[in-house]
Design a protein around this ligand. Structure first.
Ligand code: SAH
Length: 259
């Protein structure tokens, strides 16, 4: 017996934001290893009776790999549930390597990242015509060192949208990075805590000068996405540059210009 280990993105928290494919896999899996501290337990609510369910919270990486390899010896389908999308700040490759070495087939199912859920919660767009057309997913240095050239000051110099993960307790470093890159004190910043979690989501809006105090006042110290972008608040702009694609004077493959 050599089952497949599926790394499934569980989404940002709302169980309904798990993909249809992820849910189908959970419904037929023999074993689930989930990241207890992060993934809403509701994600395991579709597991079939008899499914072996374990929380990886207290496991080391070798223990997790050993668990997955053992379960793959007993079940056709094994699921590793990861928060958001497995390609962002998860231990995907560290777990895939020992599975590869053990000859266990591996597949990945993408998930809705908390970055996207945060934009959705705040009704913000990461890209706007003539404002910014690029998005950077990053973090500031905590215990994981930042590789050369990736400090926030360098990345923020591009003036693109920044989705800053894992940094809510390091807001002072975020502020320092943005200031070093010349962002003005009134640059809008949005912090979303537990984006998409039913009844628990909170959105804090502020500026470079006051976002830290606002988060402190709101008591937000974990599970938060920091969005810094020249697009923030565009919902209320009177002079928005609109997308060419929907411009009445713009002809493309599916529509002739009308003006
Ligand atoms: N793979 C995940 C990220 C894991 S790293 C993803 O794609 O979303 C964990 C960090 O993600 C947290 O420190 C926080 O910055 C962010 N995060 C995870 N879930 C979140 C949520 N529901 N709301 C806001 N931020 C969240």
């Amino acid at each position: 017996m050599r089952g497949t280990v599926w790394f499934v993105g569980a989404g940002p928290g709302d169980p309904e934001l798990l993909t249809v494919k992820g849910r189908a896999l959970i419904e037929r899996t023999g074993a689930i290893l989930f990241a207890g501290s992060l993934v809403n337990e509701a994600a395991t609510r579709w597991a079939p009776p008899g499914c072996v369910i374990a929380d990886s919270k207290a496991m080391t990486l070798p223990q997790m790999a050993a668990w997955l390899i053992r379960q793959a010896g007993e079940h056709e389908t094994v699921v590793r549930l990861q928060t958001g999308d497995p390609a962002l700040y998860g231990a995907l490759i560290e777990l895939v390597q020992p599975l590869d070495a053990a000859g266990v087939p591996v597949r990945v199912v993408p998930g809705v990242s908390s970055a996207m859920a945060s934009a959705a919660a705040a009704v913000e767009s990461f890209t706007l015509p003539e404002v910014t057309q690029s998005v950077i997913f990053t973090r500031v240095e905590g215990r994981t060192p930042m590789p050369p050239g990736e400090d926030l000051a360098a990345l923020a110099a591009h003036r693109t949208t920044l989705c800053i993960f894992l940094s809510i307790t390091l807001l002072h470093k975020v502020e320092a990075g943005l200031r070093a890159a010349g962002w003005p004190e009134d640059a809008p910043i949005v912090v979303v805590h537990k984006a998409s979690w039913p009844g628990e989501e909170r959105i804090v809006r502020g500026t470079l000068s006051d976002i830290k105090q606002r988060c402190r006042d709101a008591g937000i110290v974990s599970q938060a996405m920091i969005l810094a972008s020249p697009t923030l608040g565009a919902r209320h702009w009177p002079d928005l540059v609109t997308s060419k694609l929907y411009d009445p004077g713009f002809t493309h493959r599916f529509r002739k210009a009308s003006a």
